[in-house]
Design a protein around this ligand. Structure first.
Ligand SMILES: [Zn+2]
Length: 76
């Protein structure tokens, strides 16, 4: 019988019990994992917003560049 090696102090549970997920230790790691997943999803959402905003700016720049080239070719 081996004891859980998680560094949450000596909680005296077997590794099997923690692996089954029915100890405070396992509950903590499950909660921590869910928190991390939520934070990652939130960060991804923000990055997607930034990417959309930058995409919009890029389209504006392309339009302006096309306009400048149009005038350059005709007015020179
Ligand atoms: Zn544990």
């Amino acid at each position: 019988m081996s004891y859980c090696s998680a560094r949450l102090g000596s909680h005296g549970q077997t590794a099997d019990a923690c692996a089954r997920g029915d100890t405070k230790c396992a509950q903590f790691y499950r909660w921590h994992g869910e928190l991390e997943a939520a934070r990652t999803a939130e960060a991804e959402g923000k990055f997607r917003e930034y990417a959309a905003a930058l995409g919009g700016h890029l389209a504006t720049c392309d339009a302006l560049l096309a306009l400048v080239r149009w005038y350059r070719d005709r007015v020179g």
